[in-house]
Design a protein around this ligand. Structure first.
Ligand code: SAM
Ligand code: DTB
Ligand code: SF4
Length: 342
């Protein structure tokens, strides 16, 4: 799709957009299912980056306290609780600018191995990674790598200055080369224009293959961050963004991510109707509040939604049981690498 075509879709009268998106959603997905994912902040706060939205950036004075990396045992227990609570995907987040080849990374690889053995889709979001680090994560059983482009290329520098849009795309490319599925999306409500939202979707749609997973977050304005005074986006804007994402990326798992505490059940239901396949459950995202799990189950019951099983959308890749640096090139690649189409 061209940017103009995406723009036409985004600007449709909402009721028409909702109809169209619901159709595309039903054609491409099991709409009676919702994936429950759990976030675990394995390393909280003290981050060197300047992402204007983020309560974990060391330079802003927020209430988030920096904590050391969790132990493998703590993560295992969190994963067991998540699985019991109906989650089929566990996403481990670290407030790092980038991954370093040190003992902490070895510990993360051990976490990935442990969670993968529990038959949960394991996702990591650790900041920038090199191709070699991606291969080591893949060899440990990593299923997905989350690295958001956050907004359009044009607006990006208003939000983050300590790393570039190109850096973000390179990390996605590195993950893809290692055969890891890609989770990349963004945030609305940071003062961006409709054109920026469209630009973000355009960039995601140019990734080849397109990302398997796209989280759509509404900004959670946090005291102490530069975006603390931003007005919350309305539910209608979230519904419009999710519906457009569904049409632009028909096969992708679209995740209704941050911002659900501000949405009632009816608004969330419309998001599921027009394209969202997943929510994060648990009363905390990484550091900010999220709805109570009981509320989510009650909503799923009213709507007749079933929790989706792990690996139901894409098969679990074969885990390569070798030291990744010794692997022959053809064994390292399990999906084709992404290239920007133009
Ligand atoms: N440090 C890693 C990175 O930036 O890739 C991983 C953790 S970071 C918290 C993951 C994503 O959470 C960010 O890319 C951003 O899209 C989202 N996020 C962070 N703070 C947010 C906020 N206040 N509201 C909404 N989304 C937020
Ligand atoms: C994503 O796009 N949203 C999730 C997940 N990927 C890692 C994180 C949202 C974090 C919201 C702010 C916080 O709780 O710190
Ligand atoms: Fe650091 Fe990630 Fe927060 Fe940016 S979004 S400040 S990289 S933790």
């Amino acid at each position: 799709m061209t940017k103009e075509e995406i723009s036409e879709i985004y600007h449709l009268p909402l009721i028409q957009l909702m109809h169209k998106a619901a159709e595309v959603h039903r054609e491409n997905h099991r709409t009676e299912e919702l994936q429950i994912s759990t976030l675990v902040s394995i390393k909280t706060g003290g981050c060197a980056e300047d992402c204007s939205y983020c309560p974990q950036a060391a330079r802003y004075h927020t209430k988030v306290k920096a904590e050391d990396l969790l132990s493998v045992e703590e993560v295992k227990q969190a994963a067991q609780r998540a699985k019991k609570g109906g989650s089929s995907r566990l996403c481990m987040g670290a407030a790092w600018r980038n991954v370093k080849n040190n003992k902490e990374f070895d510990q993360v690889l051990e976490m990935v191995k442990t969670v993968n053995q529990m038959e949960l889709e394991v996702c990591c979001t650790l900041g920038m990674i090199t191709e070699n680090q991606a291969k080591r994560l893949a060899a440990a059983g990593l299923y997905a790598y989350n690295h958001n482009i956050d907004t359009s290329e044009d607006y990006y520098h208003e939000i983050i200055t300590t790393r570039s849009y190109g850096d973000r795309l390179t990390t996605l490319d590195n993950a893809r080369k290692a055969g890891i599925t890609i989770c990349s999306g963004g945030i609305i409500g940071m003062g961006e224009s409709a054109e920026d939202r469209i630009g973000m979707l355009y960039t995601l749609s140019l990734l080849n293959p397109q990302p398997e997973s796209v989280p759509i977050n509404a900004l959670v304005p946090v005291e102490g961050t530069p975006l603390a005074e931003q007005k919350r986006v309305s539910s209608w804007e979230m519904i419009r963004m999710i519906a457009t994402t569904r049409i632009v990326l028909p096969k992708t798992q679209v995740r209704l991510s941050a911002g659900r505490t501000e949405m009632n059940g009816e608004a969330q239901a419309l998001c599921f109707l027009v394209g969202a396949n997943s929510i994060f459950s648990g009363d905390k995202l990484l550091t900010t509040p999220n709805p109570e799990i009981n509320e989510d189950w009650a909503l799923m019951e009213v709507l007749g939604l079933q929790p989706k099983k792990a690996f139901a959308s894409y098969p679990q890749p074969k885990i390569v049981d070798l030291d990744p640096k010794d692997l022959p090139e053809e064994k390292k690649i399990r999906w084709s690498r992404p290239t920007l189409k133009s």
